[in-house]
Each structure stands twice: as C-alpha cells, then as structure tokens.
Design a protein around this ligand. Structure first.
Ligand SMILES: [Zn+2]
Length: 297
C-alpha cells in the first residue's frame, strides 16, 4: 500500500509518502512552474512513488477549489487560475488510487487535529500565515468544509482600519495586510531593501524598524480578525503556523493586544492563541490524513 500526499501551495508543489507519520525530511518540493504544471506535478508524484502502485492520494490545494467537481483554481498557479480538473488528471495517472481533494485550510485543520496543536480539542481555528493566509475551522470535533469545499478562507475576512487591495479583487482583507507577500510589498514601499518574506521576518526579529512595523500591522490585523472569527464560531483555541508566526514579539505583541481589546465576550475569556507545533508540514500531513480517511469516517 503506497499512500501519497500532495500540496498545491502558493509558490511550490510538495509531495510526501505517508507512512505512519509525516517527516519533513521526506518532503519533495518543486517551484510552481510557469508552464506544464500538471506534467511536472505528475513527475514529482511518480518520482516519490518510485515504481510502486499508488493506492491512495490526498491532495491539499490553495483555494479556491470546487470540491465536488475535483477542480482547483489557485490564485498563484497561472495555468490553473481559471480551473483545472486535478482529481480527474490524478485518477487517470494513478488508476488504482483513491484520490481525495480538500482545501489547504481543511487539510491544515485535519493535520493539526490528528498530529498537532489542536489534538483532543473540539473547537478550534487553525491558520497558516506565510505568503498568503489560509485557515481551517473545527466545530464540535468536525472540520467545516462548506458548500463548495471553501470554508476556512480566513485570509479574506475584512479587517477594520485597513484598506489594502487584495489579490481576490476586494479591499481590506486580512491577507492583504498579514499575508507575507503583502507585508513584503508594504515594507518595500516604505523603503526596505530586502527581497523575501523569510528575510523580512528575520529582520523584524532583529528589530529593524520597517520590517518590525510590517509585522506590527500584520499582528494587529490578525488579532482583529481572530476576535471576529472566534466570536462567530465560539472556538477556544487558535493555532497559528507559517513563517510569519516565527516573527516573535514584533508580531505576537500587537496580535495579543488586539485580541485582548476586541475579544471581550464572556465565552471568549478562556481563548488561547498559540503558535502551531506542527510546523511547515502541517498541510501536507493533513492531506495524508485525508488520503487515509475512508468516506463516512
Ligand atoms: Zn481578499
């Protein structure tokens, strides 16, 4: 039995074999190709399968997706932006495999619940704050999938006090402030000369003024969005992963202050907002959980 997990992220595709556990060392990644996205994705899957018959494949994709149709339309894969029938393509390439698709945030929630920070927790919000902001919601022990498979798009919750333009076409979305790509763009517009999101986070940790201010905006926006979402859903644990969660007090201080200011209802008094313990493999691990879960489980 060979079980594979595939993650379609914002700037790379990742594949790992799912044995009993997911180990970061076993993850193979390629940058999102400008052309031939599926062909290169299939090559990567075949390489990891190494000639063995694939019996199950779990796919986590950046949104939007159409879960019932098996179609993905991630904002950052140019060829697929208007929709690609990824499940049908995967079934044709691996005819013996059970193929399952879910949103990256849904897989994140599955990964954190089975292996990570929200294990044993019934009601939680999990977020990954990297280039973009993805999220997953668990209520009453069940991951919320939504009508079309897109529940958990917390990156597009509107944040009061911000009016930045978002790649979704709207304005003032959380991701337009707290997404790493957006924060980098903001810092560069303020005159910062760095080029990457990890460098921005590192500079903020070192106390550089503009990067720290960028993390400050991101933290405030995250805290405001978290206060809104937790009031709506009545969850008591929020776990945040992704590269921006590594920014230390520059991000976490304003984040916690915004939560303390806005999450004031009595049922939110025990709300905990913590850094994810599962780290960068959380979405891929969740795709593995998806692959191993029989329908109806
Ligand atoms: Zn948006």
């Amino acid at each position: 039995m060979t079980v594979l997990a595939l993650e379609i992220a914002t700037s790379w595709f990742a594949v790992s074999e799912i044995a009993s556990d997911v180990d970061t060392d076993d993850v193979r990644r390629i940058p999102v190709p400008a052309r031939g996205a599926w062909e290169q994705c299939r090559e990567l899957l075949l390489e990891v399968a190494a000639g063995r018959e694939v019996t199950a494949l779990g796919i986590a994709s950046a949104g939007p997706i159409d879960m019932a149709a098996g179609v993905v339309a991630p904002l950052d894969v140019p060829e697929w932006r208007s929709g690609f029938a990824l499940v049908a393509a995967a079934r044709a390439a691996f005819p013996s495999a059970t193929v399952r698709l879910a949103l990256d945030g849904v897989c994140l929630a599955l990964g954190e619940q089975n292996l990570g920070t929200t294990k044993g927790v019934m009601d939680s919000l999990v977020m990954n704050v990297s280039d973009r902001v993805c999220g997953g919601v668990m209520v009453g022990g069940f991951v919320v999938v939504g009508r079309t498979g897109n529940a958990g798009h917390v990156g597009h919750v509107l944040v009061p006090g911000f009016d930045d333009r978002c790649d979704c076409g709207g304005r003032g979305c959380l991701e337009a402030v707290a997404g790493g790509t957006a924060a980098l763009r903001w810092a560069q517009a303020q005159g910062w000369a760095g080029l990457t999101v990890p460098a921005l986070v590192e500079a903020a940790v070192m106390g550089e003024e503009i990067p720290a201010a960028a993390m400050g905006r991101a933290g405030t926006a995250l805290g405001r969005a978290i206060a809104s979402v937790t009031a709506l859903l009545d969850v008591d644990l929020v776990a945040i992963g992704g590269v921006l969660s590594e920014a230390g007090p520059a991000l976490w201080k304003p984040l916690n202050e915004a939560v303390a200011t806005h999450a004031r209802l009595s049922f939110l008094s025990g709300l905990r907002v913590v850094q994810s313990t599962l780290g960068p493999i959380s979405v891929l691990a969740g795709a593995g959980v998806l692959a191993l879960t029989a329908p109806g489980d």
